[in-house]
Design a protein around this ligand. Structure first.
Ligand code: HEM
Length: 433
């Protein structure tokens, strides 16, 4: 299967050094821009020549062993880089904003119990049904705007029926998640408008969930049937007295479900579909395998390795640490350093991932970092995985799914991260069918 160009002679480091000597702010601007538009060749050059890339403003970590070291040392590399903004939006502490605290440990345990991996088959079926309905509706147009017409409605539908969080309507729930997550993961310059939008959207989401909780409690007290969803499961569950799972903690953790899902699942679907459609030979094989989810899913995971949705995970170094100790790249990271761990780069580190430029279906799960790693590894992995894979599968089961030439086919992304539009051709256009 085709190798993808992994040229390492991008000259980024030379241009960075020149810019730094002239004007440090322009040098950081260059790196930020490259991370958005040219990350693959930037990371390839860094892995080879500057695997721990120290700049006066931030440090980028690019090798597999070092990325997992950062993510495994939560007391050294904390989520204080973005966590406080999540807390502010929810008006209460949340697991992804707290490292190594009893709250993180206990509530992640509780929510793992609620998001039972045994739900995966049912959730997959639900996502598949929703995807087919949406694809049927788009079919006569010969086009689908895959973000607004397929990926987000599937994610919002799963939120409604599986989590039990429909929101007042899907658009409003989607507006809330976009506002909160944008501030949490994209607002490193502290834009006050993004921050204010996040806090007010978070307050609306929390108020909505409080009302929903009150309704569920009233239903339970009246002896009527509760719906079969995660919210009701949490309300019904018998927890030890004094466990501290108050109504406020239930609401905060329920807020974490749409927040964790509605932006990142469509983001991952866009990346996976684009990577598959860019490789005609792989695509033909994937389509041939699409009748069988077990054979099909590895295509999705390998596509996502080529372009994970979360390319960088931000951390704050809380105390001095020697990263990659005992290796030639050993580097002292001073307390206070803003660290960007790059899973998108780590998954191309040939020291760990054999033939990283090849599209291979035999990659072990422990080489895949698109659901994070270590202390904050994704809570929703067992249900998000089937939703992503099944939605992509139902799409590719349709004949003639294809990229459209730019500008029509270009993926438009809010803040350079969150996909808003991705137009695809659908059905016979005379080229295939
Ligand atoms: C059912 C859907 C999902 C839910 C409920 C969910 C929820 C969460 C939560 C609560 C955390 C924080 C865990 C902790 O702090 O210990 C987390 C982490 C993470 N999730 Fe998910 N998530 C979902 C889907 C996804 C998807 C689709 C992706 C991308 C493919 C993703 C990628 C990640 C990553 C990379 C992290 C680690 C963040 C970090 O270390 O900074 N998640 N998720």
């Amino acid at each position: 299967m085709g190798a993808v160009d992994q040229a390492t002679t991008g000259g980024h480091l030379e241009r960075y050094e020149e810019a730094l000597a002239r004007d440090p702010m322009s040098a950081f601007g260059l790196v930020r821009e490259w991370m958005r538009t040219d990350w693959r060749s930037l990371f390839a050059e860094l892995r080879e020549h500057r695997p721990i890339f120290v700049t006066p403003a931030f440090t980028v970590v690019t090798r597999f062993a070092d990325v997992t070291e950062v993510l495994a040392h939560e007391q050294v590399f904390s989520v204080r880089a973005f966590g406080p903004r999540l807390d502010a939006a929810l008006g209460a502490p949340f697991m992804l904003a707290r490292d190594a605290t009893p709250m993180n440990w206990r509530e992640k345990g509780l929510m793992r119990l609620m998001l039972d991996p045994r739900d995966a088959a049912g959730v997959r079926e639900l996502a598949g049904r929703l995807a087919d309905e949406l694809l049927d509706a788009a079919w006569p147009d010969g086009r689908v705007e895959a973000v607004g017409g397929l990926f987000r409605p599937v994610a919002l539908g799963v939120c409604a029926r599986y989590f039990g969080v429909p929101g007042p309507d899907p658009q409003t729930l989607g507006r809330w998640t976009r506002a909160v997550v944008s501030d949490g993961f994209a607002n490193f310059l502290g834009d006050p408008e993004l921050q204010a939008a996040s806090v007010s959207a978070g307050a609306e989401l929390v108020a909505y969930l409080k009302d929903r909780l009150a309704e569920l409690r009233a239903t339970l007290r009246a002896g009527r049937d509760l719906p079969d969803d995660v919210f009701a499961r949490l309300v019904r569950s018998t927890l030890p007295a004094g466990a501290g799972v108050t109504d406020d903690r239930i609401v905060t953790n329920m807020a974490g479900l749409p927040l964790g899902f509605v932006e990142s699942a469509p983001g991952a679907m866009v990346e996976a579909v684009e990577q598959l459609l860019l490789r005609p030979a792989v695509l033909a094989e994937a389509r041939a395998a699409a009748g069988d989810p077990e054979r099909f899913d590895p295509y999705v995971w390998e596509a996502l390795r080529f372009s994970p949705f979360f390319k960088l995970l931000p951390r704050l170094c809380e105390r001095e640490h020697v990263l990659a100790a005992g290796t030639p790249r050993s580097t002292v990271i001073p307390a206070g350093t803003f660290v960007l761990a790059a899973p998108a780069s780590a998954m191309f580190d040939a020291d760990v991932v054999p033939e990283p430029g090849e599209f291979r279906l035999d990659r072990p799960r422990h080489h895949q970092l698109f659901f994070g790693s270590g202390h904050h590894a994704c809570l929703g992995v067992h249900v998000a995985g089937p939703v992503i894979a099944e939605t992509v599968r139902r799409l590719l089961l349709r004949p003639g799914v294809r990229l459209l030439p730019p500008p029509e086919g270009r993926v438009e992304r809010a803040l350079g991260i969150f996909p808003d539009t991705f137009r695809l051709g659908l059905g016979d256009d005379g080229r295939e069918g």
